[in-house]
Design a protein around this ligand. Structure first.
Ligand code: UFG
Length: 327
């Protein structure tokens, strides 16, 4: 059983990773600056409030816990915001990762599972994205993640780092036990916002662009359940611990839904109406991002089991109305 240092472990995806690691018998050490994370979500092992920009403090955490592996979730991750603040996105996402990698080197830690993104790919038209697609990020967020992937490859070649970069599509849903889930302030993501409309907490959903070259004119995304995404992390960790490296795989459900289809699905699952209003396109949004995840199946043995859209929405809704959401 391993000690796994989890950066961003108090955030949405990171907290689900900590829960799964603890359940698998590992010790997750949560490292989070709590800028967008939540202390109460870091409930599955030791917690250290540390910012990855603080190399000295990070170094101390490595000395204290002597991790066997790292899962690296901590990052700024909003596509729209990154267009306005490329300075912040590049500084935080790249420097934070470099500090982490250098602490790993200094302490002889080799395995790292890194949260990458489909936002590193360029325009794909109607095709599902394979890992061989050209890299051409449309946002500073995607560019910062691509830069870190390249650094990881260089560290693998030069220093014996062993990395799995998981290229997430749109993560959604919540812990099926509703113990933890997504809590952003302010919320910007489609499914939680649409749920707020259904719950009467928001007047309507702004649909960002209805003139995209997609069947109904709204953007198409591949929504993957956070529980499935975390399964991929555990499988990747096992591979790295067994000595593998150089894993680069897409983690998406392999099926796309438009913004309009998501609004309909939330109305159907919740039994409540979802009012929409037309709004301009949001900067940095590609029309269609859908995964071909066959490499993840071949390399990790991963197949999604909870990523049907209605299941994602049911789980997100259950968390959203649970007392723990408001805690
Ligand atoms: N959208 C709306 N109205 C809203 C919110 C979102 O129409 O109020 C649309 C967006 O324009 C987009 C789709 O819903 O077309 C999904 O938007 P999200 O903000 O939920 O997710 P993104 O696709 O922008 O971003 C997410 C993650 C990123 C990741 C990216 C990859 O936040 O970290 O998926 O596509 F890189």
């Amino acid at each position: 059983m391993a000690v796994v240092l989890v950066t961003g472990g108090a955030g949405y995806v990171g907290s689900h990773a900590c829960k799964a690691l603890a359940r698998a018998g590992h010790t997750p050490v949560c490292v989070d600056n709590l800028r967008t994370g939540w202390r109460d979500l870091a409930a599955f092992g030791p917690f250290e409030q540390v910012d990855l920009m603080d190399a000295g403090a990070l170094e101390n955490v490595f000395g204290k816990y002597k991790p066997d592996a790292v899962m690296h979730f901590a990052a700024l991750s909003l596509v729209g915001e990154s267009v306005a603040r490329p300075d912040l996105y590049h500084r935080v996402n790249i420097t934070g990762s470099l500090n982490l990698l250098d602490a790993m080197r200094a302490h002889g830690v080799a395995p790292i599972v890194f949260s990458s993104t489909c936002a590193i790919y360029g325009e794909a038209g109607d095709e599902d994205l394979t890992e061989d697609r050209p890299m051409a990020p449309e946002s500073p967020y995607g560019a910062s993640k691509l830069a870190v992937e390249r650094i990881l490859s260089d560290y693998e070649a030069a220093f014996g780092l062993r990395c799995a970069a998981l290229r997430y599509f749109n993560v959604a849903g919540a812990d099926p036990e509703a113990e933890i889930g997504e809590r952003h302030d302010p919320e910007t993501h489609l499914i939680p916002i649409t749920i707020e409309v259904a719950l009467g907490e928001r007047e309507n959903l702004s649909v960002f662009g209805k003139d995209y070259p997609t069947p109904d004119g709204t953007c198409v995304r591949d929504y993957v359940h956070v529980a499935d995404l975390i399964d991929a992390h555990i499988l990747a960790l096992d591979k790295l611990m067994a000595g593998e490296s150089g894993i680069r795989v897409n983690i998406g459900a392999g099926r796309g839904y438009s913004v309009a289809e998501v609004a309909e699905a939330v109305a159907r699952v919740s039994g409540k109406p979802v009012a929409t209003v037309d709004a301009p396109r949001r900067a940095g949004d590609p029309p269609r991002l859908v995964a071909d995840h066959s490499r993840a199946t071949a390399v990790l043995g991963w197949t999604p089991t909870r990523s049907a859209l209605d299941v994602i929405i049911e789980d997100a809704l259950r968390w959203r109305v649970s007392p723990r959401f408001a805690a």
